[in-house]
Ligand binder design. Sequence first.
Ligand code: SAJ
Length: 409
Amino acid sequence: MTSNYDICVIGLGYIGLPTASIFATKGKKVLGVDVVERVVETINDGRIHIEEPDLDILVRAAVQSGNLQAATKPAEADTFIIAVPTPFHHDQESVRPDLSFVKSAVKSIANVVKPGNLIILESTSPVGTTEKMRDWLLEELPNNVADDFHFAHCPERILPGQMLKELVTNDRIAGGLTPEAAERACRLYETFCTAEIFLTDARTAELAKLTENSYRDVNIAFANEMSMICDQLDIDVWELIKLANRHPRVNILNPGPGVGGHCIAVDPWFIVSACPDRARLIETARRVNDSKPAHVLGQIRERAARFRKPIIACLGLAFKADVDDLRESPAMSIAERLAEEYGDDLIVCEPHIRELPKSLAGKATLGLAEDAIQKADIVVLLVDHRPFKRLSRRILDQRVVIDTRGCWK
Ligand code: SAJ
């Protein structure tokens, strides 16, 4: 017997929603599931609850086609895709991945799965999570055996800000607990993915995703470390990197105020927590990147000490350029600290928001970049948003400028 839905996607966030929608626009019958009722209502209205260029158009098309429906509970489907958060808890002693959302997603489908179903984990996860997913499901279904179902890990790799393009054009990895599961997952993603899909086992797929983000973190840490060395030696790091990158086998990334977002600053910890004695470089890189906001604050304090009551303009709060996402943003943590230390004399500019987030409300002023610069003694560029890059350099004359992104070089 076939199910009403081809695919049931659990979790309608930054990954689940675009994935569910693109399948729907390619003719698959999709049920999107989220525990938050407001999210479900918004999507069923053809609207979105997160910001991503053109996602609103895709979701509207998917809902209007009749192929995408949202609900708070899963229903029978041929394939289940789990795209829920996998955060981690960090204290002085240990780093612990939190798989509770994956576990409750698996438990939530136990009463609707049928033998023959394919169950895919898309969430970025520690090695071994796909096997755990199988075990959690079978615990709920004592009359079934593992062979009744197909389990695979197909990690997402799309870049916030260009998700819809990358969803279609990025190569993918399909890692199965069995070769048949990997093959079935591959055939499913071929529905919309125009790039190559590589088959492997689930554990390799899990580590591949963590490796990609750790690779980037380590490389950004190198750039950040060089920027701190340059500050100490009074050398312009941007000039240095430009020159070093003229070597045919050198390609140093950009230093910044630190590494933010939910992926690159998190995923390396999954490797560190699994192999703490081996993952020494990965852990050090994480710590170097985490130390960068404090370094920038030190630079600002040093310059501010030259003024009696300095007015500081902070340009950018988002975790990276041209997105509106303020979560896990080093720029936010710097601005929050400055608000505590300089209070009313801090002007924050973030073109993607209309009001200050709670942690800054009443403690700083939200302003437009040009006005803020005109009023400021010290200008701190924290995010290289396009409008900031376009600002006339002349208005920066007579100001102390701390450009953490090398945007005005
Ligand atoms: N950053 C720098 N210097 C650089 C590049 C980035 O400081 O040269 C900072 C950014 O400002 C930001 C952070 O690093 O704070 C991360 O930004 P990003 O654009 O490098 O990556 P994310 O977190 O938006 O998305 C990453 C991507 N992974 C890789 O590029 C290996 C994306 O492909 C993944 O799908 C995503 O993580 C994810 O979901 O895992």
